[in-house]
Design a protein around this ligand. Structure first.
Ligand code: SF4
Ligand code: SF4
Length: 318
């Protein structure tokens, strides 16, 4: 029996490594960027790729750090996902339809003073108003991928917050999937509590600059690479390295300049030291509630969370 175009797209995405594929019709897509980017869009296709649980293990144990950003961010975003996008877009073109691949735009932003916490802020070109970018989380919800949690991350039944996703805008009319009725996020606040820099606010969401500084390790108690002399001359030293301070964009940039204790990744990505602790805490919470469909033989958190001591510049412990 001949497969429908939708079945062919799902099959090909899966063969290219996607775990979840969902379709939204343009009528229910609330993101105005969809039509700005491609006015003839009829369907938005979303494909999600799991972040391996093993990619988080090193930071969970405090044993190895490079793996999270390389295998759970960079390789997915720069290799696996673009390759899948190109192949599925080619399939749509073979069927006579236009297909626009959309991956997260890491280095061009419309907003003048914003940032992307996963990317070196010095690599971002800002204020380019002609540059439209999808609201990834909004489009994921509109495609039926999952629900948006209090942390801002998309939560799915399979992987909780641990996936990354891409989109295709196409003029092909394809049967949409149902929108997911929110049922996973119980507003437990574990994501907010887990952040080493207090970058998540239940009302205001993520502070991108605060998150940037603590994503790359401004909190000494969660950064084994921070030397005792870090921020030695800063009157706010203790507040910075314990995550108690509130950073303006300017102050965050000053702090970030001093946190390079660990080599950066290629493609402009910062090496994550927090390992997205907000998402890890959410994953642990959802796993404990036994609401995720992907099961493991052992729980992710195998012992109490570790914290390093705050040390003074002369290396005496406080
Ligand atoms: S940790 Fe709790 S509050 Fe945060 S997103 Fe997950 S379920 Fe929601
Ligand atoms: S845990 Fe990390 S990624 Fe999450 S909000 Fe805090 S600094 Fe940002």
């Amino acid at each position: 029996m001949n497969k429908t175009l939708k079945e062919q797209i799902v099959d090909l995405f899966r063969r290219c490594g996607a775990d979840l594929v969902r379709f939204g019709n343009v009528e229910r897509c609330g993101d105005p960027a969809v039509k700005k980017i491609f006015p003839q869009t009829r369907t938005v296709i979303c494909a999600a790729f799991r972040q391996l649980r093993g990619s988080r293990r090193g930071i969970e144990e405090g044993s190895t750090y490079y793996q999270y950003t390389t295998t759970a961010v960079e390789v997915l975003e720069e290799n696996v996902m673009p390759t899948a996008l190109l192949r599925v877009c080619a399939l749509l073109e073979d069927n006579g339809f236009e297909a626009l691949p959309q991956r997260r735009n890491q280095t061009v932003m419309q907003e003048k003073d914003s940032t992307n916490f996963e990317v070196d802020y010095r690599e971002i070109y800002r204020g380019r108003t002609a540059e439209n970018q999808l609201d990834f989380e909004r489009c994921a919800v509109d495609c039926g991928l999952g629900e948006q949690g209090l942390s801002g991350s998309i939560l799915t039944d399979e992987f909780g917050p641990c996936q990354r996703f891409v989109f295709i805008l196409t003029d092909a009319e394809i049967e949409p999937d149902p929108i997911v009725k929110p049922h996973l996020c119980d507003k437990c606040g574990a994501c907010i509590k887990a952040c080493p820099g207090r970058a998540l606010d239940p009302e205001k969401g993520r502070d991108p600059w605060q998150c940037s500084a603590y994503y790359i390790g401004a909190n000494m108690t969660k950064n084994p690479f921070m030397p005792p002399e870090a921020f030695a001359d800063d009157p706010e030293r203790l507040a910075i390295i314990t995550g108690e301070t509130k950073l303006s964009p300017e102050r965050a940039r000053e702090i970030i300049e001093q946190i390079i204790f660990y080599p950066p990744i290629k493609h402009s990505y910062w090496s994550s030291i927090c390992g997205r602790a907000c998402d890890t805490a959410c994953y642990i919470h959802l796993e404990e509630k036994d609401v995720l469909t992907k099961k493991f033989h052992t729980p992710f958190r195998k012992r109490p969370e570790w914290h390093l001591p705050v040390t003074e510049p002369d290396q005496t412990e406080k």
